[in-house]
Design a protein around this ligand. Structure first.
Ligand code: TRP
Ligand code: ZN
Length: 876
């Protein structure tokens, strides 16, 4: 195998040929599907007349090739494992190809494959080249006409993008449907689905009064699990009209649920394909978190219809152009639909754990990378989530109105085009008349910026001097970093009054909450007329994706926890306070000193638990301790055992000290109301779950009874799953084992519930987990070929910090074995599963050596480009 080669952004060349019309005919067969393509091609006016034509094509059997309906001589073209090159072609012509492929053998789930007997496609980013010979790049956009031929019994439903224009019977029990999509699109948005599917139908009237048919296609037995996705879709369509003025542009919008899918979902034009886990919900089978996830993903894919499809990416280096913007849009939608502060808190808690970890590891990259080997490795938290943070900063910098004008300008000016990040930011600069040159560095520079802040109150002059110093640590390939333009939203809270003080900066009155702009490596901001000594509330609502350090005392934090007018920063204070205590305990554990609980944390929690509650969901978030993964991100070197011990100690101390308060909260939030995924109910269940978790941390007898009762009552999956998790994670195996067994038997028929069953038991802290994982890999419900199963069992295991990082290295070896097997089956999933091993430099010497050895072992294999790229970076 030849070494996979990198692609560079700086090598971008516009295509010499464009395809205006693409006509495809699929004659479906699991072992040998025939694909005929008829492409209408034109040379670009500026391209050289002798420019060769290149068409991507991989793993295809070429049967025929005609140029303007004449067979091409074998000497007229070259065919290798990457595609076809035709040396001499006219300025305008048609090219007709016929190829064969075997969907049933496609375990990579890219291109055309089979999932639970149905045919489906996944073309982003470069899957279309496994379907037919084609210029498989997003800047080639064509109008598609697609005919799908299938078996009338096995594939009664035949779907593709756009509108059905013709259908009919064929001999041999076969039938066909022809679809036309009037909107020119790149190949990555092509989709086809064929199988025995049932559909739920609804309607939506657009802002201009057009009727749109909405369909969700699922396996018959799942018809009862589509209500929430449909309701979410309608809300999303309305929201995009109200917030961005974006109307849907076809007569029909379809969603299809498939069981085998590498990611969450895909925005194919008019025919979104979803991982069934991202569409199907029912109160008995899906948790509140799953309901919210479905709402967010349905909205995300729908929003891509404009941010991604109507205006698409010039090349894959621009991926964050569509993903960052679309994640920002789906986050805003969920914030508007649910509790805005909770949405922000949850997004930020996740971001700081997972994206910061990516930034601190060997695969750190900017949101517009300069080169890559395998593009599917770049569907990352940095591109998606940091990309969204950068769009959010843009919105905050220019203000919503200018941002909306910029967005309108972008969609109008570039409708039907494939564009760059500069085009997007350019529209924002034009609409707001602001200079965003320095801001563009966010797109080029990798790594998490850190801000060291300190402040001083001048009692004589009533001034507060705030000094901010920024630095971005080195990342692979980027040793020198420049200062970024960082918006810091803040307030000054009067330490006596507890009120936000009016801010005067450079003689200008700014109200009680303002944004200061840090542009230099170091800057001092002098606030005047500050009537009393303040406690600063910095980076409100996480106004920039940075780490902000300020020497807060525990008293400062306990104060902000209750007095900060910014809900997000009240939560932030709770997390910082817990971190101070955790850090002491981590040190105590390492030094073999007795652990002592900080009573100030207990007091702060008691105050929270006994004060009147306005938002239960926010309170629940404040009561949650930072996860072990989140704690790890704040440590210079990760001590797995000390972090676990410290966190358990805090959980138990709080559980003991506040037993009665937690019991009161638990009892007060038990409800017999019928389940609904409303923000109020979700908040209530979330608070109840947190209380039960603290009670179970000390295995209080009464708590165990309540927990068992909650499990047995089986009101909804949110309650059942939390109860089961707490039983299984407790030391009471005599309760855990029967509960697990009962749950497994009850839900053996429901694959998505079995995924939860796998995850819950391999996330527990007990030492039997590794043996359990090995045993469960043989379970009939498990399959390495199904990405959801791999994530539920092996992915969850790799998140189980104490067990994955066992000192005998058996956890690493197990993961490496799975990566080696998956490398052959599904390289994309193999690379994702391997990611925790690439972070080896963050751990102690013994673990470093063990992880490195597993990476070396993987490296000896014949590797896919995906795994190769990751191993190379990890060992560099
Ligand atoms: N564009 C999809 C999204 O963000 C992502 C996606 C779905 C994807 N399936 C994929 C990316 C397969 C790469 C490979 O919603
Ligand atoms: Zn997306």
């Amino acid at each position: 195998m030849s070494k996979p080669q990198p692609v560079h952004l700086s090598d971008y060349q516009p295509p010499a040929y464009r395809v205006t019309h693409t006509e495809l005919t699929f004659d479906l067969d699991p072992a040998s599907t025939r694909v005929e393509a008829r492409l209408t091609i034109e040379r670009h006016p500026e391209a050289a007349p002798n420019a060769p034509l290149f068409l991507n094509g991989e793993q295809l059997t070429l049967e025929s090739l005609l140029l303007d309906d004449e067979p091409l001589a074998e000497s007229a073209y070259q065919h290798d494992d990457k595609g076809l090159t035709v040396a001499n072609v006219p300025a305008a012509f048609t090219l007709a190809t016929r190829v064969r492929l075997a969907p049933e053998e496609n375990t990579a789930l890219e291109g055309l494959y089979q999932s639970s007997g149905m045919f489906c496609t996944q073309c982003e980013a470069e899957g279309f080249r496994r379907i037919t010979f084609y210029p498989d790049r997003p800047d080639v956009m064509a109008v598609f006409r697609v005919t799908v031929i299938g078996d009338a019994t096995r594939e009664p439903v035949l779907l593709a993008n756009g509108n059905p224009v013709e259908r009919g019977e064929l001999e041999g029990g076969r039938h066909f449907v022809t679809w036309e999509d009037p909107h020119p699109k790149p190949a990555y948005l092509f989709a086809l689905v064929a199988g025995d599917l049932a559909c739920v139908e609804d309607h939506f009237t657009t802002m201009n009064g057009r009727e749109v048919t909405l369909q969700i296609w699922v396996e018959e037995e799942n018809l009862g699990k589509t209500d929430h996705a449909m309701a979410s879709l309608k809300r999303a369509m309305r929201w995009d009209e109200d917030s961005y003025g974006r109307e849907y542009d076809l007569d029909r919008f379809m969603i299809v649920a498939v069981n085998d899918f590498n990611m969450g979902a895909m925005e194919n034009k008019g025919l979104n394909i979803f991982n069934s886990a991202a569409v199907l919900t029912h109160p008995d089978t899906a948790t509140d978190a799953a309901f919210q996830q479905v709402e967010g993903i349905v909205a995300h894919e729908y929003f891509h219809n404009w941010s991604g499809n109507r205006v698409t990416c010039r090349d894959w280096f621009q991926l964050s152009l569509k993903e960052g913007f679309t994640v920002f849009r789906d986050q805003s939608f969920s914030a508007d639909t649910n509790s805005a502060p909770v949405k922000r808190i949850q997004d930020v808690a996740f971001f700081r754990t997972a994206q910061f970890a990516e930034d601190a590891g060997p695969t750190a990259h900017s949101i517009r990378p300069e080169h890559y080997i395998e593009i599917t490795n770049f569907y990352t938290l940095t591109i998606y989530e940091k990309g969204a943070e950068v769009v959010r900063m843009l919105k905050n910098l220019v203000g919503w109105e200018a941002f909306r004008r910029g967005s309108d300008l972008y969609f109008e000016r570039f409708d039907g085009q494939a564009v760059t990040i500069e085009d997007f930011v350019g529209c924002m600069a034009e609409a707001s008349q602001q200079d965003l040159t320095q801001f563009m560095r966010w797109y080029h520079q990798a790594g998490t910026p850190e801000i060291d802040a300190h402040g001083e109150y001048d009692y004589v002059n009533a001034e507060y001097r705030l000094t901010l110093r920024q630095r971005t640590p080195m990342t692979p390939g980027q040793t020198h970093k420049q200062p970024l333009h960082i918006p810091v939203r803040m307030g000054l809270v009067g330490t006596k009054s507890g009120h936000d003080l009016t801010l005067t900066l450079d003689g200008e009155k700014r109200g009680k909450d303002t944004v200061i702009h840090l542009r230099e490596a170091e800057q001092t901001f002098v606030f005047t007329d500050v009537a009393e000594a303040p406690t600063p509330s910095l980076l409100r609502n996480f106004s920039a994706p940075v780490k902000l350090h300020f020497p807060y005392s525990r008293e400062d934090l306990a104060f902000l926890l209750t007095e900060d007018s910014d809900g997000f920063n009240r939560w932030e204070a709770s997390q910082r306070l817990a971190m101070l205590a955790l850090n002491d305990l981590i040190a105590a554990h390492r030094n073999g000193v007795e652990k002592v609980m900080d009573t100030r944390v207990i007091d702060a929690y008691r105050a929270l638990l006994t004060a009147p509650v306005n938002d239960k969901a926010v309170l629940a978030e404040m009561l949650k301790l930072p996860s072990e993964a989140c704690i790890a991100e704040s440590q210079p070197l990760v001590d797995v055992d000390a972090i676990h011990a410290a966190r358990e100690f805090v959980r138990q101390s709080l559980g003991f000290a506040l037993r009665d308060e937690f019991m009161a909260v638990y009892t007060a939030n038990v409800s017999s109301k019928a389940y609904a995924p409303t923000p109020e109910q979700i908040g209530q269940r979330s608070l109840k779950s947190v209380a039960l978790a603290y009670l179970m941390a000390v295995e209080d007898e009464e708590a165990i009874e309540r927990c068992q009762a909650q499990f047995d009552a089986g009101h909804n999956m949110t309650d059942v799953r939390q109860a089961l998790t707490l039983l299984v994670h407790s030391s009471r195996d005599e309760l855990a084992a029967p509960a697990l067994k009962a749950f497994g038997e009850k839900w053996a028929h429901d694959s998505l519930v079995m995924d939860q069953w796998f995850s819950i038991q391999v996330s527990r802290p007990q030492e039997d987990v590794l043996e359990r994982v090995k045993y469960l890999m043989q379970h009939p419900a498990f399959s390495l070929k199904n990405p959801n199963k791999v994530r539920a069992l092996l992915g969850a295991f790799a998140q189980n910090r104490v067990n994955f990082h066992r000192l005998d290295g058996a956890g690493y070896a197990l993961l490496a074995d799975a990566v080696i097997e998956l490398n052959r089956l599904n390289p994309e999933i193999a690379a994702r599963l391997m990611t925790p091993l690439t972070r080896w430099r963050r751990f102690d010497d013994a673990r470093q050596a063990l992880m490195q050895a597993e990476l070396e072992r993987i490296k000896q294999e014949p590797l896919s480009a995906n795994v190769y790229e990751l191993v190379e970076k990890a060992l560099a």
